[in-house]
Design a protein around this ligand. Structure first.
Ligand code: NAD
Length: 335
């Protein structure tokens, strides 16, 4: 099949070329994000391959359908950017990579927690400038602290396991408790109790209408003062304006983000020669107790290999059987 691959960087290309060798598929790469403006690039293709910040809304799907596209393969687990109802109406199959490396994201989550706590990001700069003073670098022992994990699926489950290894008391909130978490002593509590008891809160639920702005002004009022908040799930699970206010008032003591509500205009690009045209994001960068990475939690060799291999396997399966291996549809998410 001919696959129009959007939002590609050189690393995507390297891993996809390796995974598709001998598959018979022809991959055509575009740096551009998929959008109403760019979907004409897919003309002549049978399938379209997208990433987290591509626009796979109803209008874009209608335009792709008119070009004969029958398959969208997402190089991600999350599918919040896809209008699945429109895909169903247009008879477009949507497939994703449900699990490529929960360890990659879980380990990055711990990297944010550890760096923020021990202020490694600040210590790095100090030492390079010959400043060996410790004032301002005081952390706390993670052992014995209560960590609240929201969403204990594949990634949250690994996060729980690592935190238990650190000697933390792990409490969790999920609609469906994970037996593997219960086995290692994780206690499931109501969301309000998680908010009020946690020293650290880390988010691993998908972005849905229910989790949109789960962390808002009301939620912050229920949290311990100086709580550490970590988000490696999807940006809009957190209301950034509320969090900014929480940082100014000291309600949030540390903030670690790998995702951001308005990241589509910023992340994955080198904007170092320009100014940041997002005042909220720019303000966040002024806090010494905020550590932001640009949606890199997934970015390990193992994850990119799995993403590429599963993406190609989805296409091959669709070509041979009419169904992709890991389809996501309105019916499947309703179950
Ligand atoms: P998963 O489906 O295995 O787990 C998600 C868990 O969240 C499930 O246990 C589910 O029951 C729970 N959940 C759903 N709705 C909830 C709600 N309203 N409240 C509490 N819990 C709820 O998914 P996963 O593979 O663990 O990934 C989790 C999320 O991480 C993805 O949806 C994606 O948005 C994000 N992610 C981020 C990166 C990154 O690079 N930063 C990479 C991969 C995934």
């Amino acid at each position: 099949m001919q696959i129009a691959v959007f939002s590609t960087k050189p690393y995507d290309r390297r891993f996809l070329e390796a995974a598709s060798a001998g598959s018979g598929h022809r991959l055509v790469y575009f740096e551009a994000k998929l959008s109403v403006e760019t979907c004409d690039l897919a003309a002549g293709a049978d399938a379209v391959c997208t990433f987290v910040n591509d626009d796979v809304s109803g209008g874009v799907l209608a335009s792709l359908s008119a070009k004969g596209i029958k398959l969208i393969v997402l190089r991600s687990a999350g599918f919040n950017n896809v209008d699945l109802a429109a895909a169903k109406v247009l008879d477009i199959t949507v497939a994703r990579v449900p699990a490529y490396s929960p360890h990659a994201v879980a380990e990055h989550t711990l990297a944010l927690i550890l760096a923020l706590n021990r202020k490694t990001h600040r210590a790095y700069n100090r030492v390079r400038e010959g400043n060996f003073a410790l004032e301002g670098l005081l952390g706390f022992d993670l052992a014995g602290k209560t960590v609240g994990v929201v969403g204990t699926g594949k990634i949250g489950g690994v996060v729980c396991k690592i935190l238990v290894g650190f000697g933390c008391k792990v409490i969790a909130y999920d609609l469906q408790p994970n037996p593997a978490c219960l086995d290692i002593g994780v206690t499931y509590v109501a969301i309000d109790e998680l908010f009020s008891s946690s020293d650290i809160i880390t988010l691993h639920c998908p972005l849905t209408p229910v989790t949109h702005h789960l962390i808002n002004e009301a939620a912050l009022t229920r949290m311990k003062r100086a709580v550490m908040l970590i988000n490696t799930s999807r940006g809009a699970v957190v209301d950034t304006h509320a969090v900014l206010k929480g940082l100014k008032e000291g309600v949030i003591g540390n903030l670690g983000l790998d995702v951001y509500e308005e990241e589509a205009d910023l992340f994955f690009e080198d904007l170092s020669g320009r100014f940041i045209d997002d005042d909220v994001f720019a303000r966040l960068l002024t806090f010494p107790n905020v550590l932001i990475t640009g949606h890199q939690a997934f970015f390990t060799k193992e994850a990119l290999t799995n993403i590429a291999e599963t993406t190609i396997a989805n296409v091959t399966s669709f070509e041979k059987t009419g169904s992709a291996m890991h389809e996501v549809s309105v019916e499947k998410i309703a179950r």
